[in-house]
Design a protein around this ligand. Sequence first.
Ligand code: 13P
Length: 255
Amino acid sequence: MRKKIVAGNWKMNLNTDQGISLVNDLIKEKIDLKYNQTVIICPPFTHIGSLKMLLDNNEGSKIQLGAQNISDKASGAYTGEISGEMLKHLDTRYVIVGHSERREIYNESNEMVQKKVDAVLSSKMTPIFCCGEPLKVREVENQNDYVQQQIEEGLFHLNGETMSSLIIAYEPIWAIGTGRTASAAQAEEMHAFIRSILEKKWGSEIAEDVTILYGGSVKPDNAQELFSQDNVDGGLIGGAALDANSFIDIIKALA
Ligand code: 13P
């Protein structure tokens, strides 16, 4: 079943104490989630253990833990890397894979992203697979081909059953951290296109099940319009997830 999700990507922000304080504020709000709604926070690796304890003591909060990255390797001599098993052990359920900042700044190729998708799945967690075009591609209206290639090379090796539980996040790079959001119509157009790619490959039932999030300057004042589009199933939130009040307002915008 297709879920409605708001996920916060904290990126490299907040120390552990600040993260605990933010999550305490979210817990205090006692947000009422419907059966098909999920809230995920993706803090830096160093905070996950403390936040797991906090959330374990406040089960009613229903906030789920995600990570921002994963090693493509299972274990061994890979200095500085974090494995799927390590994350799973801390009750991490979701992992962002292929964020544009990792693709662009750390040169993660589609091939590497595919390996990381597999690493997440083999530890029985759910990938949040990011795709999205840079401004120069949008300017020449080549965004569909660009995103299609990312999806083909990152996900087409999966079978339908696995695919149906995946989360895709469309994040146009020109809208990330820039304050320039894709319009609701632009987001809907791309999300519908992504769903059509899924349908051609795996059939309409599976395509209908996949949650497709929009990311890129989602704020309390534009969340509702974006989330009300047929193919927009929620958001992957950067800057606005660092402030409890904005994040709560965005969660409330889930229909
Ligand atoms: P902003 O919401 O800060 O634009 O970031 C979006 C993002 O990259 C989420 O992964």
